[in-house]
Design a protein around this ligand. Structure first.
Ligand SMILES: CC(C)(COP(=O)(O)OP(=O)(O)OC[C@H]1O[C@@H](n2cnc3c(N)ncnc32)[C@H](O)[C@@H]1OP(=O)(O)O)[C@@H](O)C(=O)NCCC(=O)NCCS
Length: 199
């Protein structure tokens, strides 16, 4: 029986794997800014913040990750100089395209920055484990809820979020931006209240 585990950070040796899972899951969203080839994988691996990602393992191998907005930063340290080093003079517009994906967390919420599970390991509960751990982390930090967003072309992810108790708080049509980031037309914000953690 495979043994699943959950960790608060990406181990150093799994940096590449975490970047690959993220790139694969968010291929359409990231393509416009980072391309689709090796340079995207390199960029993500180089700029990943292991301490702002939860990771799920099966038999010790990282098979799922969840990016977190924590301590004023996100799961990837994206800066203009970093993009310039990787992409040269096209860094400027790439930065702007990425900026369109950026969201600011509210002070009393843990904002998730994308959950990605290895396609071969989906449907085994790893996504659920990652969401549970995010709730525990939020409660430990004295935050009141976990927030995430999901697009209309991803009904299976939405079904998972609803199953574990997330509720819709806002939906927005994003026709132009949606085309740029992979063909969706609506973004829905969902939240889950977390019980206060006894201190
Ligand atoms: C969404 C995602 C993280 C779910 O991870 P997971 O490990 O398969 O989730 P779980 O096994 O805990 O739960 C599976 C449930 O989620 C839903 N689900 C979402 N995507 C699924 C998939 N590709 N295969 C199977 N179930 C999926 C189903 O409703 C399923 O419910 P069920 O078990 O009652 O049939 C994963 O499918 C994924 O990485 N997708 C690509 C990236 C993505 O869309 N991320 C979310 C962006 S908002």
């Amino acid at each position: 029986m495979p043994l699943a585990g959950i960790h608060r950070a990406v181990p150093a040796e799994a940096r590449q794997t975490a970047a690959r899972l993220y790139a694969l899951a968010f291929d359409a969203k990231l393509r416009a800014a980072l391309g689709a080839g090796d340079e995207r994988l390199r960029f993500l691996a180089d700029h990943l913040r292991p301490d702002r990602m939860l990771c799920a393992t099966v038999d010790g191998r990282v098979r799922g990750v969840a990016g977190l907005h924590l301590d004023g930063g996100t799961a990837f340290d994206v800066t203009l100089p970093g993009l310039f080093r990787a992409y040269g003079v096209s860094a400027g517009w790439r930065f702007l395209v990425l900026l369109g994906l950026h969201r600011e967390p509210r002070p009393d919420e843990l904002l998730l920055d994308g959950i990605a599970v290895d396609p071969a390991a989906r449907g085994q509960g790893l996504g659920t484990l990652l969401l549970r751990e995010a709730e525990i982390l939020a409660a430990e930090r004295g935050l009141r809820r976990v927030r995430l967003s999901v697009v209309d072309t991803n009904p299976r992810a939405r079904a998972l979020y609803e199953r574990v108790g997330f509720v819709t708080v806002h939906s927005e049509r994003v026709d132009t931006l949606g085309r740029l980031y992979g063909g969706f037309t609506e973004v829905t914000d969902m939240v889950k209240e977390v019980p206060a953690c006894p201190r």
